[in-house]
Design a protein around this ligand. Sequence first.
Ligand code: ATP
Ligand code: MG
Length: 319
Amino acid sequence: MQKVFIDDGSTHVKMIWRDAEGEQHLSVTPNTFTAEHAPVHTGKEANYTVGKNKFSFSKGSSKTIPTTDTSFQYSEVNAVAIHHALHESGLTPQPVDIIVTLPLSEFYDQENNKNTQNIERKKENYKKSVKRTKRDEFTINSVTVLPESIPAGINIADTLSDGQSLLIIDIGGTTTNIGHIAPQLSEIYQQKCLADTGVSRIISAVKSYLSRNEEEMADITIHTILKKRNDRDYLESVFNDESNIDGLYDVIATASESLSETIFQTVKHFNKYTHVMLCGGGGALTKDSLRELTKIKSERFFVSENPQIDLVQGIETLG
Ligand SMILES: Nc1ncnc2c1ncn2[C@@H]1O[C@H](COP(=O)(O)OP(=O)(O)OP(=O)(O)O)[C@@H](O)[C@H]1O
Ligand SMILES: [Mg+2]
């Protein structure tokens, strides 16, 4: 059975599968869906039906269904987002075994035990059939649920020795998941999920700056601006007035520092850790300020080139 590794975050689905030659296929798809079918025009429309409910993937619409609440994890639009990512992944429709994620606050209960009720609820969510118009269907054969953030640190955890420990901070679009783990992932000491603490705060700041300067843009463009913030040519291609670009840098820097401050208010209550890893798209924006705040030496402070995909990579490593 084909295995598919999925970090189904609130803003983007990150997906990995391997073909018969062992080659890795990785995709990142945004969760921008509307509650209707798009008119069929080019034949490439991604229209989905779940029971009586209709969904359509839309890149530019301003009427997309909100996905930034925890309830998204158990919703039809989440199942649609996963089927959409499967259809776009290059796999041919077939039965698949999927590995998905839940935020730490959903995966564990107050006593740090696995919350089996939530895990079962998440599994139930993939039993419904999700049909894409004019395409064969993917069916979900089995579902494994893993916690957000922790699997991202598997490679670093493997290099730790006694007395060392790793703090993994997964800064997503909506939430920040923090896990403190022992060498070789042998124990989870502490974990915490901060709701409403994510890149959405930086996006709001950018949005209001753009609107003050009459430069309104689609959400998808704002995501790209954050990723390509150091690519002046790209910025010039989306701004009406180039003199607004310098101000954008200040807005991103100030909002990123403020997000780092908020995260650090929680981080400072964790027990002592020797290593830190940032992941999630927000890691790219907060690395300098969080390194300064945590005062961890740079050789023990890890942020990859593309932190948005670290968790799905870690999930695949775990198998
Ligand atoms: N390299 C990057 N530089 C700057 N921003 C980025 C980068 N990569 C991703 N982002 C932004 O980071 C945000 C969070 O992305 P990510 O995929 O980690 O969130 P998510 O998993 O969907 O959210 P959550 O974990 O809260 O459910 C997105 O808004 C994205 O635009
Ligand atoms: Mg995430």
